[in-house]
Design a protein around this ligand. Sequence first.
Ligand code: RIB
Length: 314
Amino acid sequence: MKSAKIVVVGSSNMDMVVKTDHIPVPGETVLSGSFFMNAGGKGANQAVAVARLGGEVVFISKLGNDLFGKQFSQLFSNEGIDITHLRFDDERPSGVALITVDKAGENSIVVASGANAHLKDEDIASALKEIETAGIVLLQLEIPLLTVQHVVAYAAGKGVKVILNPAPAAALPADMLSQVDILTPNKTEAAMIAGMDVTDIDSAGRAALAICSMGVKNVVVTMGPLGAVICDGKKISLVRAREVETVDTTAAGDVFNGALAVALSEGRDLEAAVGFACEAAAISVTRLGAQSSIPHRNELVAVQLNLASINPAN
Ligand code: RIB
């Protein structure tokens, strides 16, 4: 079956990862960690996830004109990603993320955005044709918010489906929310956007409803090992995730978003697409790293949808 083209607009980082017992508190030095480096960045992770899961993907990103930038563009091309619209910045370095992963697989991340922070409207100009002929445009928030707003408005104006992964958490303008087809916050991001606590499935449902009332058509709150809560403004449902042994949660949200876009581009409905995305994310958390953890399509053979209706009033 021919799927619709997916355009991903977002960041690329080189992830410097230290795996250790616990994440240090300010002033603390933790000895005996192990180090490894792999390509990351929310945008790049989502683009690679789309490619590995069988989607046709164009990636728009700004890289430094440096060693990492050259490596990224080669890596993307090897993955089968269309890199025609990658931009290179002669003045700023490629993005770098310093990541600590503890023994429970939780992480803390500091990003030096470099060139990512300078992906501007003019860098997107030559890619507008790609955007208007896409089935889905997928964005996150590691590039300037103004650029995100510009792309969302352009895509929505052309009738292209927009998925916005509001990560890392930021306040979002109301007019942009009303142009988004599917918003995919995690529970922290959902709490910030809705202005209420999100601690469990019911409160995630309430936050999703509140976000829909701000104009977003569909909200999918990712709840880690619990699965994901879906809301279209009226109905709320929960897609449960398969239980797995967690090694590293880095990029699980990115894998989820890439997989969601692929499944929708193949014509699945939202609940089935979320089931596919939960399974891809579950596989990724069993592995260390960002792009090193992203599964290929043949690893997601038979996804069983484990669906429940929820009533957030309970
Ligand atoms: O979502 C995970 C990503 O966040 C990492 O790959 C890191 O680069 C940061 O951008």
